[in-house]
Structures are given as C-alpha cells and as structure tokens.
Design a protein around this ligand. Structure first.
Ligand code: FAD
Ligand code: UDP
Length: 396
C-alpha cells in the first residue's frame, strides 16, 4: 500500500483518488476550496433552488466506461440540453440548424435547400488554422458575425482569428431540425446533484479529504509515492516560465421570487452587445419544482479563478514548454483541464483520470507500492503529462 497525494477534488482528482483507494492505496486529497466537485460543484441557493456555483454543467458522453463508472455513484435524471441564441430580437436555435436559418431570413428551405445555401455562402479555406477559418468555412460571413464573432470576443477577449480551430469547432452546424446542443449517446444530470455524486465518490475508508488545504505545501508531498496534481500547470512550477493565460468568468447568480419559469430553454446565448455571454435557468436542468426560479449570467473576465485554458499559438507554445518540465517531474501525474491545459469536458476529464489511474496503479504495483528512488521510468516514461513517472526521493 502506497501513500498518494491528490491535489484538487474536481472530477480529475476525485476519480483518481477513488481508483487508487479501491486498489488498496492510502490517498490524501488536498482541496483548496471549502468543497468538493471542482467547477462542477452545485448547492442550494438561499431560496432553496439547486444551482451550479461555477456555471451550468451538463453531463454528456459517448464513452461507455465513463457512463458506467459514474453510474456507480449516482442515479441520473434524463436531460437533453437546448440553447437559443438571442439574435436581432429573435430567439433562434443554436447550433445553427434549418429552423435557425429559415426564421432568421424568413425562408422555408428544405434540408437540401439549407445545405445548398450553406455551400453558397461558405468561404472555402484550404487549411483550418483558426476558429475564424472553421466558422467561415461552415456558415459564411453573415452567420459568423451574427452568432460567433461577438460571442467569442466576449468569451475570450480575442477575435475568432486569434483562437485555435477547436474553440468554435465545438459547435456543429446542421441542415436538419435537430435542436439538441449535444448528440451524445448518454445525456443526463446526476439525480441528486453533482455534490452528492462527489461525496459518494470520495466516501472511502482509505481516502482522507482535506478541504481548505493547499496541495502543493501539504506535508504528504515529500512522503507520497506519487502525486496526482490537478491544479494549473504554470502554478505547479511557480510560474517560472511566465503565466499561462486562463480566461475567467464572473457568475452573477440571481433568484427571481414568484417567477416559475423565466425562459423557454435552460440557456440563452447573447452574441450581441450585452456584457454577458449567456443566461442559464437551473430548474430546466434539474427538474426542480419551486415557485421561484434561479438564474446565472456569465460575465467573462481575465481576473478571477482560472476556468478556461486559452488555445492560441502563443499559449500552446508556452504550455508545451511547461509540459516538457512536467514530463521530467518524477512521480507526478498532471491531470485535468488545468494541469493538462486543455479544454476538457467532464466526461473527458473522467476518462483521462481513469486511464491515468490504470497506469499509476500498475506503476505503484510494480514498485511494490513504495516510493522507489531507483525504479526505472521504463513502463511509464512518455511525454504525455498525464502519465506517471516514478518519484524521485524527496529532499525533505
Ligand atoms: P476542476 O473542476 O477545475 O478541479 C480542480 C480542483 O483543484 C479545483 O477544485 C481547485 O480548487 C483545486 N486546486 C487547484 N489548485 C490547487 C492546489 N494548489 N491545492 C489544492 N487544490 C487545488 N463540462 C461538461 O462536460 N459539460 C458542461 O456543461 C460544462 N460546462 C462548463 C461551464 C463552465 C463555466 C466551465 C468553466 C467548465 C465547464 N465544463 C463543462 C468543464 C468542466 O468544468 C471540467 O471538465 C471539469 O471541471 C474538469 O475537472 P478537473 O478536476 O480537471 O478540474
Ligand atoms: N460560441 C459562439 N457563439 C455561441 C456559442 C459558442 O461563438 O453562441 C463559440 C465561442 O467561441 C465558445 C465556443 O464556441 O467559446 C464553444 O462554445 P461552448 O458552448 O462549447 O462553450 P462552453 O460551454 O465550453 O463555454
């Protein structure tokens, strides 16, 4: 049995902690916030409505392993997310689909007609290097301006042309009337909320949870056979190569007493001049019955908790330099949206945590569960930061 220190109790850290505890290791989880769940944390507001403190989190996945794994810790409420965009005084389906185009332009195109229209207006791009390339090549300039340029500018404080293709590439374009935001095989919300899911995940006799605790200075750091670090990549190295850009959000929560339902769908996006990007009404997600309703408006900002790694060429270059340092950090697994500096959905974070735990378990098993200064990096040496390498003896 080894001692493992897990820094952070979001999906990445909590899944890794549980997997290692189930494998017989003793795990200390150090979480700097006063609660588990990372950014997926939910809680009741003062009016008793279940809200997501760090913005709406909708679970969706095509990964059977992730779905089955989490289903051990929660029952689910079936939920399919729908989003409307507020454009020129209308609420139109997003992702852009046949209904969006017909309502926006007052047309009655068939599916084939929409496909023809998109082919006509699309701006061909030989190479899709930026989000602008992706959007222009899919929907052309008019739809790009109305739905994407302003929203992206607010969300990232950068132009579409300054962001990698994966950012706006997350949003498909459809010629059908499909209006679900996601089309994954499994789409649901934890029946009793995310916090309850996390409490079950971390409820294990070999897991010791320390809330309000800085992980990098925890006394176990020197004694642990391995560290699973899920905080920001640059913070781990004390920002020695400079700061990686992260985008933050100010979440303005509000309860509206006596308003049973404010908007027709859970989320309305605002690509226009409003200072916020979207408004989410939580009761749509949870199915909660309450005489009032609770919403959150998202105001993107550069100050505050790091939420979104910024995928630009400059930040990727710096992140790669940090990743090279991470690959040389013996016995430390860098895991999650912040430590991998990657835009990961919850299911991707869980999948990565399960895979990293498989490797770490094998590695600790091969070393007899103890820190071994001489253990060869052999089985696990790789440039993937989520891969563990044997831990060097601690100077302390
Ligand atoms: P986090 O949840 O960020 O957890 C990291 C934890 O580590 C935090 O609790 C932090 O306090 C702690 N920590 C950091 N440094 C230290 C330290 N030094 N010591 C101790 N503790 C530390 N995904 C979806 O699938 N669907 C969605 O609808 C969705 N919506 C989102 C909306 C927003 C606004 C945001 C920001 C993200 C959204 N995501 C969504 C992504 C989702 O939040 C992430 O996939 C998930 O949180 C990743 O989990 P994580 O454990 O890697 O990181
Ligand atoms: N986006 C946009 N307009 C929208 C919704 C999204 O331009 O109405 C772009 C924007 O750049 C955003 C990206 O597409 O950051 C991904 O959107 P998603 O809804 O997946 O963002 P998340 O939920 O992760 O914030």
């Amino acid at each position: 049995m080894a001692l493992v220190l897990v820094v952070g109790a979001g999906f990445s850290g909590s899944v890794a902690a549980r997997e290692l505890a189930d494998a017989g290791h003793r795990v200390v989880v150090a979480e700097r916030r006063g609660h588990v769940g990372g950014n997926a944390y939910d809680e009741r507001d003062q009016a008793g409505v279940l809200v997501h403190r760090y913005g709406p989190h909708i679970f969706h996945t095509n990964a059977a392993r992730v779905w089955e794994y989490l289903s051990q810790f929660t029952a689910w409420r079936p939920y399919e997310h729908r989003v409307l965009a507020s454009v020129d005084g209308q609420l139109l389906p997003l992702p852009i689909n046949r209904t969006t185009i017909n309502r926006l332009y007052g047309w009655q195109l068939t599916e084939a007609g929409v496909a023809r229209h998109l082919r006509r207006v699309a701006v061909p791009r030989a190479e899709l290097r930026t989000s602008e390339d992706v959007v222009l090549s899919r929907v052309g300039p008019d739809l790009a301006e109305r739905f994407f340029r302003g929203y992206t500018r607010k969300q990232w404080s950068r132009d579409l042309s300054e962001l990698g293709p994966g950012v706006a590439g997350r949003i498909p374009v459809r010629t059908t009337e499909e209006d679900r935001y996601f089309t994954d095989r499994w789409q649901a919300m934890p029946a009793n909320g995310y916090a309850a899911l996390f409490h079950r995940l971390l409820n294990h006799p070999r897991i010791e949870l320390r809330l309000g605790t800085e992980g990098l200075v925890a006394p176990e750091r020197g004694q642990a056979a391995a560290v699973v670090y899920t905080g920001p990549l640059d913070a781990y190295f004390d920002y020695r190569l400079g700061r990686l850009p992260y985008r933050s959000i100010r979440f303005a929560h509000e309860h509206l007493p006596g308003v049973a339902q404010l908007q027709p769908v859970a989320t309305i996006n605002y690509p226009g001049p409003e200072p916020f990007t979207r408004v989410t009404e939580f009761k749509h997600l949870t199915g909660q019955v309450h005489p009032g309703t609770s919403i959150v408006r998202e105001y993107p900002t550069d100050v505050g908790d790091p939420y979104y790694p910024v995928p630009s060429p400059a930040s990727n270059h710096l992140a790669n330099q940090y990743r090279a340092l991470a690959a040389r950090e013996h016995g430390v697994v860098f895991l999650g949206r912040l430590a991998q500096y990657r835009y990961l959905n919850m299911d991707q974070a869980v999948a990565a945590a399960l895979q990293a735990s498989d490797r770490l378990r094998a590695d600790l098993g091969a070393r007899g569960g103890c820190a071994s200064p001489d253990a060869p990096a052999g089985s696990t040496a790789t440039t993937d930061p989520a891969s563990p390498r044997p831990r060097r003896p601690s100077p302390g």
